[in-house]
Design a binder for this molecule. Sequence first.
Ligand code: RB5
Length: 148
Amino acid sequence: MKIAIGNDHAGVDLKQYIMQNFKEHEFINVGTDSVESCDYPDYIHPVAKAVQERRVDLGIAICGTGIGASIVANKHKGIRAALCTNEFMATMARRHNDANVLVLGARVIGMDLAIHIIEAFVKSEFEGGRHQRRLEKIEKIEKNERLL
Ligand code: RB5
């Protein structure tokens, strides 16, 4: 799988650990590799763009809490970014929400849990059906259309 991965200074170590642990995936690293303080929008925006433009299959966005990265990624049309702190959330984010960006909080979860979360996210598939209808409503919100 081709994955865009981006992070601010808080996510450098976790990003490197992830890339070392998944040799089967091709990572496009758009994050910083420096621990100097920086601004997460600069490094999360390229993740969302890569997913939006279908240059990659999925995105992984990392900041300290995952909150800033979630806010930035979800500003992009067509991006469904899910901040996950356990495997269940990662599985459901794919099955029910068709999430296309996984968000991780490097200061919230341990590195090995992050690996399990990514495994769950990557292997799970969107179930469609009633969930598709809900995604269509999200698209309507993006287009400023009426829901009901
Ligand atoms: C950086 O200190 C921190 O604010 C950032 O990584 C993130 O947690 C923001 O939501």
